[in-house]
Design a binder for this molecule. Sequence first.
Ligand SMILES: Cc1cc2nc3c(=O)[nH]c(=O)nc-3n(C[C@H](O)[C@H](O)[C@H](O)COP(=O)(O)OP(=O)(O)OC[C@H]3O[C@@H](n4cnc5c(N)ncnc54)[C@H](O)[C@@H]3O)c2cc1C
Length: 370
Amino acid sequence: MRADVAIVGGGLVGSALAYGLSREGARVVVLDEGDDAYRASRGNFGLVWVQSKGDGMAEYAAWSRNSAGLWPGLEAALTEETGIDLGLRQPGGIEPCIGEAEYRDYAAQIARMEAQGGVGANDARMIDADEARRLVPALGPEVVGARYSPHDGHVNPLHLLRALHTANAARGVDYRPHHRVISIEPDNGSFVVQTERGPVSAGRVVLAAGLGNGALDKDVALTVPTAPERGHILVTERLAPFLDIPVGRVRQTEEGSVMFGASAEDVGFDTGLNPAIFADIADRARRVFPVLANTRIVRLWSALRIMSPDGFPIYEESVEHPGAFVVTCHSGVTLAAAHAIDLAPQLLQPGFNQSFQAFSARRFDVQAAA
Ligand SMILES: Cc1cc2nc3c(=O)[nH]c(=O)nc-3n(C[C@H](O)[C@H](O)[C@H](O)COP(=O)(O)OP(=O)(O)OC[C@H]3O[C@@H](n4cnc5c(N)ncnc54)[C@H](O)[C@@H]3O)c2cc1C
């Protein structure tokens, strides 16, 4: 049977879109690779983060804020449908500054973003050391202040992915693992998606394959200029609760373990571990939270972000082959709610490129020509 929509990729982006499309009554098939694939969705930090998103693109700032606002609704729906607790908490968040230079940089970013217009709704502001310590008493003496937004939060990203897959299965979404897509053939207004296990026909096709999109985009006359960016994450043993709100590069999970992260390296598709980066991350975490100084690290890993040249999402429908789309971003946790609730229904409507004009990959042509 022909699907209404074939989604290439079953990570957070493809799964959130499949969920949103199934709520619209669409027949959806999700074609996914095997376990050896690069999957940002299984290696990320779990922030639902607003305060720093959109420096350089007001529309992205507004879109991130919008998604944070939609998150409680997504969580409620997924928990009701699956019984899975996503651990969503949105108490606000801070990014602590070690030293005056960091404080000035963050303050300058807020001023820059406010000047863009349309981003005031992220309500980011600088707070001094006293206010930061009232919010987070465990901050160390090196912290001179922080950037704060009341809209930031965090979630268990693995529970999110499992809840989306579980809800999708219950809704009849046809999830096919070990179906790597090899090519996409436009076929008289619909598409034949060739997988390693045979063809799948669909009226629409969405590239949501993360770092895999670049091998398929030309088949449907799209351009998806993304590259991997490696991030490392460390996890401690379980500790008594000391951190009520997420702190940019440090968060305490529901279970008590503390995650540190946010490194960024350009090393191609290398998912190896860099001890120097781990040392830097641990050192900063210890300076921000001296209470962590003698804590044991029990797990560490690296994973690859999916980065466009300016770091903002790419959402686009092919002009040459309408019905073929790309949806990719580097904040698929934060944007899961916007993807499921606001973006997915628009994949079924005319006018997608008008709605998401700012997110078109054509912005890179303009920059190249300028
Ligand atoms: C270290 C790190 C920390 C992060 N922290 C955060 C955070 O705190 N908050 C936040 O919002 N975001 C964060 N992110 C980003 C977030 O994880 C990603 O934006 C999100 O996971 C992207 O999901 P995706 O579905 O696009 O990609 P992926 O998770 O990579 O999934 C892509 C899927 O496509 C499949 N695929 C690829 N090619 C093909 C093909 N040819 N055929 C079929 N299937 C294919 C793969 O198998 C995979 O399952 C972080 C990322 C990293 C690496």
